[in-house]
Design a protein around this ligand. Sequence first.
Ligand code: IMP
Length: 429
Amino acid sequence: MSNVLVIGTQWGDEGKGKIVDLLSDQVDIIARYQGGHNAGHTVILNGKQVVLHLIPTGILHAQKKCVIGNGTVIEPCALIKEITGLQKIGINFEERLLISERAHIIMPYHCRADLADNKATGLRHIGTTGRGIGPAYKDKISRIGIQMGDLLDKELFREKLKLNLASYQVEDENKSFERIFSDYNEYADILAPYVCDVSYYLNQAIKEGKRILFESAQGTMLDIDHGTYPYVTSSNATAGGACTGLGIGPQHIHGSLGITKAYTTRVGNGPFPTQADELTAQALRKHGDEYGATTGRPRRCGWFDSLVVNFAVRVSGIQSLAITKLDVLDKSETIKIAVAYEWQGQRIKRFPANLRAVEQCKPIYEELPGWMSSTRGITAMEKLPPAAINYLKRLRELIGVEISVVSTGPTRAETIINKGTKLANWLGL
Ligand code: IMP
């Protein structure tokens, strides 16, 4: 039995929530290592849609422990709302949620700065979720951030908050200070029972033979280092983020599972080579319900891009793939896959590191016939229509990584799990 890392291979929204939820039964602990409440993980529980933002979807499984690592950024009020919302539907948090004392806190002035950036019409307009994520990480790197542990130490918090408010040139500083200090002290009292040294906890658990699922948010192409910079989020969504974002050694990660949508979407601005024409995009958006789980923004939709997924496989060492939302393609007569790009008169097969090249390249497509029948809820590969099997085979050939899971609908039951794969072996499926 192994510890497995789950990574988004595109621009986020690949359906990680459902897959993590599905695999949570096989592990003891689910640990989230980066991002904040910009993420939205949608899961169907007893026929009802549940959207989680910061808490790992493993919380929906009684007995499982859930960890929010030091690599995340936490808006305490949003986290408390998430906890109370889940408690209302019967989720028990007692001794089940652990929050790193080193995680950085999102403050009200971070949200204001983020929204102001979104309004500015600069050369590179990112179109963030407006949740204060970038400014909070900026303070972390600038070494002025406020950590969860600081929040519990009222004197230290007072000192840091005063200094930060001055540096953010907040209007009516004294009044702002009093309000934030009082609100955040209240949040600190509510969250205190969950706060601990997450790295120590996880390493002890590993010694005791506990199994862990390491959960990322967003996707490879939104990674601060490897994504389509500057159109990215402000953390490491790729594999390396798990070690730094939780305080564990790489030898404790035994396998990595990439989550890949059967087509591609992107929310926010930035290059997206396989973005489809609006008519095709509208159909995918409608069938796939492609609206941001956090902001409700319509997602840009397009075809599967093998260069993107190959790139994700390379930067995170992905060994197994879960293909999600196959059923969304049920009504597509023809399905396109980008197999290369044309750039400056050349055919290239590797996703370029240079943003200008990504913006200028034109995808070269291979067209496959669609299956024009319902795959919704199918649970065995051999029951899929031949054209759907062909499509998956072609993806497997282009990516060179096993397909261990195929999702054919939003619920846990609507899933094909291929036996004899690395993933099945790691998790005893
Ligand atoms: P931020 O993370 O709010 O700073 O936004 C930076 C970029 O990442 C924007 O393009 C967002 O739309 C995108 N983004 C952030 N979180 C998610 C997510 O969970 N899914 C998809 N895109 C996201």
